[in-house]
Ligand binder design. Structure first.
Ligand code: HEM
Length: 429
């Protein structure tokens, strides 16, 4: 247990978190921070944790003392699917790869991707059937997957969407189980889910290796991210192996569509419940007023941050500014989901109010939907442009209503998804 930092006893922690630590984490931390303050230490029999719900020590972890931390156990589990891509790799590999991948996310590159995003969003809006209930989350996953495959890899891999979706779904369900000590063992046992997981991963690999081979053969004169990667790596002293390319591509594929789909789903969900904001959003969409759409998205990211929890592991003993002493090996968490709702940082924190962003900005590191420091999201601008383009295409033509009796709850897994289908109907404006 980290000394000096207060927190609940082991028994209280076990009772508060088991048997489903991930799902019970937000409520457990809400009670713990109310009782012990905004930096809390707790321990499970196999690991010690510190939870940071405060901008100052968070900045220390992200920036000032970033070298004292590695990615957490969560990233090690994600490696099963993503290999050593940007999201999961450690220094010095991470720094080298960030330099190689960065050009694919330059401002002018994103302007090129916008045309694809606009076309896909328009086609999606044209296919929506009025009056027929549809699952908004499934629909947004499909749309963002299509946009990701076309912008990142230049080809429409939506035929493979089922394989990708399958692997993702399994990854999510297996994820909390894999975080326990028997998790590592489970991965080696011939369990049904484990076998299905590896089968799905092999199918995904086959799609991606095929893309790489085709691109190596046919040249790289295209606007997509894979071509950029192939060009950028060619000037390195040692070109990248197919496996390294596969890891980066898989990372962009997964990180690039799931989070954005969640952002869009939560946006439609919130607009359905706030007719006043919805009407202003529609007017802004029709007038091409990007600033209001951006405020809406910024506010959705505050209330429902898709990356709701961010973890690190202390590589050595470290004392964080205002955060106390953290022994080596401790897993340190921050949860944008909770930080963004601190009443002393955001007034009426549970209110959905895009206009709050017209006022003064919150303190640095109080609002961190894309993380911070050297590991900050590389796709933040990409995601915001995509979400804004899709939102504009949808709300300028339709109003969305939750299906009667629909109950939407959060599922805090790897990302913050809705717990089940989000059944909605589209109504012409
Ligand atoms: C609303 C959408 C998104 C959200 C909320 C989001 C959030 C985040 C967060 C919080 C991190 C930092 C994780 C950490 O510190 O451990 C991150 C990293 C990352 N994101 Fe995103 N992301 C989004 C969209 C995207 C998109 C569209 C892409 C790519 C197309 C992307 C690619 C990545 C990558 C590669 C990293 C690892 C960066 C590094 O460590 O150098 N993300 N994202």
């Amino acid at each position: 247990m980290a000394s000096k930092i207060p927190g609940p006893s082991r028994i209280a922690t076990l009772l508060g978190l088991l048997p489903v630590p991930f799902q019970r984490f937000p409520e457990f931390m809400r009670r713990s921070t109310a009782r012990y303050g905004n930096v809390v230490a707790f321990a499970l029999p196999w690991r010690s944790y510190v939870f940071i719900n405060d901008p100052e020590p968070l900045k220390d972890m992200f920036v000032t003392q970033q070298h004292a931390f590695s990615k957490s156990l969560g990233a090690r589990v994600l490696r099963l699917l993503l290999g050593e891509g940007l999201l999961t790799s450690e220094e010095p590999l991470h720094r080298k790869m960030r330099r190689i991948v960065q050009p694919a996310f330059h401002h002018e590159r994103i302007a090129e991707y916008e045309r694809i995003m606009e076309r896909d969003a328009r086609e999606f809006a044209e296919m929506l059937r009025l009056g027929e209930a549809f699952d908004a989350h499934a629909a947004m996953m499909e749309l963002t997957l299509r946009i990701a495959s076309e912008t990142l890899f230049g080809s429409d891999e939506s035929d493979s969407a089922a394989a990708v979706a399958d692997a993702l779904r399994l990854m999510m369900t297996e994820f909390s189980a894999m975080l326990t000590p028997i998790g590592a063992l489970r991965q080696r046992l011939p369990l049904r889910n484990t076998r299905r997981f590896w089968r799905a991963r092999r199918a995904l690999d086959a799609i991606i290796y095929d893309l790489i081979a085709r691109r190596r053969r046919n040249g790289t004169q295209r606007v997509d991210a894979l071509s950029m990667l192939l060009v950028a790596q060619a000037s390195e002293s040692a070109p990248l192996s197919d496996e390294q390319l596969r890891d980066e591509i898989m990372t962009l594929f997964i990180a690039g569509h799931e989070t954005t789909a969640n952002l869009l789903t939560w946006t439609l969900y919130l607009l359905a419940q706030h007719p006043d904001v919805d009407a202003r959003t529609a007017a802004a969409a029709r007038a091409g007023d990007r600033s209001y759409l951006n405020r809406v998205l910024k506010e959705v990211l505050r209330l429902y941050p898709p990356a709701w929890i961010i973890g690190r592991e202390a590589l050595r003993d470290v004392t964080l500014a205002g955060g106390g002493f953290i022994p080596r090996g401790t897993t340190v968490f921050a949860a944008p989901l909770m930080l963004h709702r601190r009443p002393d940082l955001f007034s009426d924190p549970d209110e959905f109010d895009p206009d709050r962003w017209l006022g003064p900005e919150p303190p640095p590191f109080a609002y961190v939907p894309f993380g911070g420091g050297a590991r900050r999201c590389i796709g933040d601008e990409f995601a915001l442009r995509e979400a804004s383009i899709v939102l504009q295409a949808l709300v300028s033509r339709f109003r969305f209503e939750l299906a009667p009796g629909a109950r939407v709850e959060i599922a805090p897994l790897v990302t913050l998804r809705p717990a089940g289908p989000v059944m909605m109907g589209a109504i012409a404006r």
